[in-house]
Design a protein around this ligand. Sequence first.
Ligand SMILES: [Zn+2]
Length: 241
Amino acid sequence: MAPLPSLPRIERLHLADLVLPETHPEAKTSGGAAVVFGFVIDHPDGPIVVDTGVGRGHPFIDAVYAPTGLDLGDALSGVGIDARDVIAIVNSHLHFDHCGQNPLYYGSKVPVFVQAEEVEAARQPHYTVQEWATVPDGQMRRVRGDEDVAEGVRILATPGHTRGHQSVVVEGGEGEVVVIAAQTVWDVKEFDLEQATPANVDEEDLRDEAVASIRRLKSLNPSAAHFSHHPTVWRSSPGIR
Ligand SMILES: [Zn+2]
């Protein structure tokens, strides 16, 4: 599909803060806390949400991660978007902190784009919170590799953190590209240095693919890259970071 005449507005939504238990692989990296961002692309066809944060009222998640944060609807209205106007959801992957508020849209006609491999993985015990991650059949859009979501918005498979992890590429205007890299990396340094850390990519056999995913996103010459758990936005010109 063709790029848009101009780059649509992309807003980062600060959906939650987590307290990481000592057993969490990133607990040391992050000083025991993690931010959770979702994103919304204010597309001319209607808003497209990328990741929905953490859900509410799950006893295990509440006990282990003590999440605090915003309801997705409030986060969207905070950037001037009506949650009822959303036309599509993309989940980078189905861990509990990326699909937690998907149920807001379950039972509607809003399609939810997830890699087919991720759907399979999410059926395994202890992978996620099933009631958040289980997309109703009629809304599930199983993605195999790369796929267009709308004009100027496409999904790129970026395996690493999970086998079915995906990123979103937004393109508009004079070839300007912004990537929502989600959890392709944990922090901006890993993106800069093209590193797959054991903390973010715990399956050893996925580390080469994880590095390839970072390089694939950078090969698009993005002006910016956004991450799920790190507040710094990567910029192509280091001087303006
Ligand atoms: Zn994850």
